[in-house]
Design a protein around this ligand. Structure first.
Ligand code: VGL
Ligand code: ZN
Length: 192
């Protein structure tokens, strides 16, 4: 078992914990509600230490290219300002959480929280070196946000007890790819 302690160079990235990705939403990810309390406990931990917390949101316009109606592969989801785009009930984000909207250009898919956003510059400004990633979906936005972080030179940890994927096969492949690229998977007990 690994043991690690949070340092002043760490940030928490909560990926797409939105109603449309929970049960009853238009693109439900199994177990998304289940990880809400786990994510809340990570949020408290980072908050206690005064470390920055970022929450990404899938934030699509009505005419987004990823929707089936517009030639994409997904049902309509996370439309800007709609109820489905809201954070899942019970998710406790402090008022100073940085909200990162992505996928807000009609013609561009954005599975990564770094794509077309200020995330990298906000992290850099704060001297962040290590990212701790949780949320949904392991096989899409968690994966691409983590890979984006690795490409930009961050050390990336994925909280394995606080992520969920769309399908078991793609989730397993995503985990494999993340491991190959140097991400580490850790859980609550390993954080001192
Ligand atoms: C996501 C599918 C479509 C995600 C976003 O947050 O993983 N998946 N849009
Ligand atoms: Zn989307």
């Amino acid at each position: 078992m690994a043991r690690l302690r949070l340092t002043p160079f760490d940030a928490l990235i909560v990926v797409d914990m939105q109603k449309d990705f929970s049960s009853g939403g238009s693109l439900p990810v199994k177990g998304a509600e289940e990880i809400v309390p786990v994510i809340n406990s990570y949020v408290s931990l980072f908050r206690e230490k005064g470390l920055p917390i970022f929450a990404t949101r899938d934030w699509h316009p009505e005419n987004h290219v990823s929707f089936k109606d517009n030639g994409g592969i997904w049902p309509r989801h996370c439309v800007q300002w709609s109820r489905g785009a809201e954070f899942i009930d019970g998710l406790e984000l402090p008022p100073d959480t940085f909200i990162i909207n992505k996928g807000d250009k009609p013609e561009l898919e954005a599975y990564s929280g770094f794509q077309g956003t200020l995330l990298d510059s906000l992290l850099r400004e704060r001297g962040v070196k290590r990212l701790f990633v949780c949320g949904v979906a392991t096989d899409y936005c968690v994966k691409n946000t983590a890979l984006g972080g690795l490409n930009l030179g961050y050390q990336v940890f994925v909280f394995s007890d606080a992520v969920r994927g769309v399908s078991p096969e793609t989730t397993e492949r995503a985990e494999e790819e993340l491991l190959e690229r140097g991400a580490l998977f850790i859980e609550k007990e390993e954080l001192l």
